[in-house]
Design a protein around this ligand. Structure first.
Ligand SMILES: Cc1cc2nc3c(=O)[nH]c(=O)nc-3n(C[C@H](O)[C@H](O)[C@H](O)COP(=O)(O)O)c2cc1C
Length: 183
């Protein structure tokens, strides 16, 4: 059941040193490739960083004095940069008219596809939104005009422990037929 995958996916911040097989990474990339996008624009590029020296340098860009918590990335087997590319013409015009950042929405959906496939493969991931985008772009040769909405960590979790999911109750986050519950 797909819901089982949603339940087992959790942000993993402690990894085993076991290398991640390229075939498993390829299946995660394929999951991202199949993601939906505005006007089928597919405005993302997934850059996998598994070369140890480069990975260590990129990991160094994922934490700073404010976000010390992201230091866990220093011990992650694989890092992934999710690059937001330019949307195609129709999605760009649509996004401007409707004031919606379709490229970022699309890239985030692709990132979640990647993470869910990773969970199905027994791998752990964590999305990272707080990092030095400038340093990451420089290290990976990402063009100046591109943006990097998210980095992902990827590897085998150090433990099989599943944390309790802390989530809003269903009646607070959903409803039928009308918006309710303004607070
Ligand atoms: C857009 C986004 C940015 C995030 N940035 C970070 C981050 O910089 N560091 C981190 O440790 N976790 C980060 N997370 C992970 C969230 O903290 C996590 O998804 C949330 O607490 C729910 O926990 P779960 O993923 O284990 O279900 C991010 C998640 C998202 C979706």
């Amino acid at each position: 059941m797909l819901l089982d995958v949603f339940t087992t996916r959790q942000s993993v911040r402690e990894y085993s040193a076991k290398p991640v097989e390229r075939e498993k990474i390829a299946s995660c990339i394929e999951a991202a490739r199949l993601a939906p996008s505005a006007c089928n624009s597919q405005p993302w590029k997934i850059i996998v960083i598994d070369e140890p020296a480069l990975r260590n340098r990129v990991a160094g860009a994922l934490h700073d004095a404010v976000m010390k918590g992201n230091r866990f990335a220093l011990d992650v087997p694989v890092l992934v940069a999710v690059v937001a590319e330019r949307s195609n013409f129709t999605a760009t015009v649509g996004g401007l008219l409707k004031r919606k950042p379709f490229a970022w929405i699309d890239a985030a959906i692709a990132a979640e596809h990647f993470c869910l496939q990773a969970a199905a493969e027994g791998l752990g991931t964590c999305m990272i939104g707080w990092f030095s985008e400038g340093k990451v772009k420089k290290l990976l040769g990402i063009p100046r005009l591109r943006r990097v909405p998210l980095m992902l960590t990827l590897g085998y979790p150090a433990t099989a422990h599943l944390r309790n999911k802390v989530r809003k109750p269903v009646e607070e986050m959903s409803g039928f037929n009308r918006y309710s519950g303004i607070r």
